[in-house]
Design a protein around this ligand. Sequence first.
Ligand SMILES: C[S@@+](CC[C@H](N)C(=O)[O-])C[C@H]1O[C@@H](n2cnc3c(N)ncnc32)[C@H](O)[C@@H]1O
Length: 227
Amino acid sequence: MPVEYKNIVPWGRSFREYVDMFHLSDEDLDRTIPGCGDGPASFNCEMTRQGNSVISVDPIYNFDRDAIKKRIDEIYVEVLEQTRANRDKFVWENISSVEELGGIRMESMKLFLDDFECGKQQGRYVAGELPELPFKGDSFDMVLVSHLLFLYSEQLSLEFHLRAIDELLRVAGEVRIFPLLDLNSRRSLHVDEVIDYVAEKGYLVREEKVKYEFQKGGNRMLRVVRS
Ligand SMILES: C[S@@+](CC[C@H](N)C(=O)[O-])C[C@H]1O[C@@H](n2cnc3c(N)ncnc32)[C@H](O)[C@@H]1O
């Protein structure tokens, strides 16, 4: 049975996972960073606690805490079931079981939920979505996109990906995207076309190996630099 979600699910990873997925250095963490599609990840909460600044943008921030929590609780069982049925597509080293995965993700999402209302008031959680972000051009140094583009290649067309890349490069000089695989751990059909598209525009584009790997073979990020 393939991994299949009708919609893009809110599912949250931690600060440590973001650091490993995007190969973030201490210098990177000092840059102005938006996380696009951060959903219920605890990256924003943990960055803020460490004194770093980050803005997360996601359509689920249109909802209040309770509505987001309800949605997380609804999809939690489904995500664990799909992961269990596709156990062979994942690397069970740092996380040793589906149950442990559930616990770790819920911990991150709880950090997010407890931070959400306050962070929204502070302007750290902004409702918005690709392909049109609610930011002025060149607002940030580097934008991170985790588990949205490429992963949801069936739900999001190539045209959407190209518009999204243009938009991300409008608001930031550098874009990092992870992973390059789709939900079934195959290289996304859009990756090479996106690489050709940005290379033709004269941007620096590079696939980089990172030390994070949970989906088997999912240990590469795409880095695109405009300036
Ligand atoms: C699988 S979650 C990933 C959350 C987080 N980035 C992480 O890696 O833990 C995908 C997120 O993308 C958000 N999303 C869906 N469509 C989007 C769009 N067009 N623009 C920005 N975010 C979107 C969803 O609301 C969801 O929170």
